[in-house]
Structures are given as C-alpha cells and as structure tokens.
Design a binder for this molecule. Sequence first.
Ligand code: GUN
Length: 294
Amino acid sequence: MATIIDGKLISQQIQEELTIEVNAIKANGSKLPHLAAVLVGNDGASETYVGAKVKACEKVGFKSTMVRLAADTTEKELLFIIEGLNNDPDIDGYIVQLPLPKHIDEQKIMMAIAPEKDVDGFHPQNVGRMALNLPTYLPATPFGIMQLLERYKIDTVGKYCVVIGRSHIVGSPMSILMARNTNPGNCTVTMCHSKTADLKAFTLKADIIIVALGKPEFLTADMVKDGVVVIDVGITRVASTQTKSGFKLLGDVKYDEVAAKSSFITPVPGGVGPMTIASLLVNTLKSSRKEVYK
Ligand code: GUN
C-alpha cells in the first residue's frame, strides 16, 4: 500500500514553525515580515489563491498587503506600482499573481520585480541562481515538493525522475532541482512535455514521477512501475453530480489505480496544493532576514 503524502499536515507544521519564528521576532521588537500580493483583474481562481496567501500571512503573524488592480490596468500603470513596491522599505517581498491579462507582457513584469523581493523566484536572476545552486528563492510549488520529499525522507539519490510538463512555474524548475547535487536531488532527470514521443517508455522506467500538466487523470496505472513515487501537481475543477458544490477537483493522476502500484503518492486536494503557501511564507521570512541577498 502506498504511503499518502499529507501536504496539508506538512504545510501546517511549517506554518507552526513560522509562528514560533514570528513570536521570537515580536519578542525582540524587530520588524515583522511583510508580504504584498498584486492581483490584476478578477479571475476566480487567482482571487482564491491570492486570498489564501494573504490569509496564511495573517495566521502566522506576518504583515500582508493586497494590491487589487482593475482588469484594464495598463502595463505602464502596473510597472509604476511595481516600482513603488521595489522602493517601499516596509515590504520584504511581493508577488504578482499570474496569469496577467493578455495586454500585459508577463516577462516584462517579472523582470521589473527587484530580485531581492521576488519571493516567487520567477526573476531570471533568481532562476539562474537556482540553476547554479546559489542562495535564492525557490518557486513555491517546486520548493513545496522538495519539502515533501525531504520531510517524508524519500530517497532520491541516483533515482530516475521523470517530470511531465515544462512550465516556468513548475516543470522546468522542478527538473533543475531534482538534478542538482542536493538532498533531495541527485536524480537522473528527464523532462517530458506535449511533444515527447512515446512518453510511456519514460514513465515506465521512472522511480519518481512529477506530473504538472493540468490534464485530469492523465497518468494511468499502465504507465507506471511498481513502487513508484508519484507527485501530482494538477488541480482541475470538473463538473460532478456527486458533490453539493456541483464540481470536484481532479489531479493529473488516475489516483486509485496508480496509488495501488505506488510506494508514495500525493492526493488531490491535500497534497502539493497546500505546500505552495507554506513555501511562499518561508521565502518571505528569508527575505525579511536578508538571507538570500545580504
Ligand atoms: N499562478 C499560479 N501559480 C502561481 C505562483 O506560484 N505565483 C504567482 N505569482 N502566480 C501563480
């Protein structure tokens, strides 16, 4: 039977650890860590995510600031806001929630964020530092997955890891982290994507599979070997007649049948999802302590 990786529990543990740190900061009268989140427009999912991030800040005792901007905010206006956040000494770190409206160039925005305040780890300078194994902010989802592997003491050294998906937010950084000379890490990594020929030939050989595609129930039992470790990053809302809300959340893994062959597996919801918030808070604390950029 597979061990179910409880991301909700680990996320709570990390938040408790952070609360202890905040209490110590308060006790010696130092400045509280302060995270700002910029939300442009009113995409439902983004509102939920940003709301959860701000709420988590309050829970651990950080300061938080929500910057809400209209959907028709221009790129120039957003750059002006970013400039303000870069220069505000009270803000330790901030995020600009993605996706942004189509008329705004995301890359340009990411590059305008001061690297020392980029707690999402999306700025090219921080991505480069990650690749070089230099101090940096790791992007929230990959950092959360590394925490799960570490806290469940999953052996990764010399293992074959297949990452499915090459997004800048998950797949790409994940493949770099799993190959680095760190623990967790030291895997032999293949990054697969929509153009990969014969994906199953790779997944069947994998000791660890990290799926970040956004295709519900994509990974099936016939694609994995016995004893595999499965990390499911997908979270898609689908209509359902079985729930009161009329929808349910599905991961990228056909859970029951893949779990039956796995040694470890993350559920959806309650696996990777809750970890992303914990990661962001850890990065914000690091930023307030100037641990990355001295
Ligand atoms: N959209 C989806 N995931 C993320 C994330 O980790 N950070 C930001 N800023 N936007 C996202």
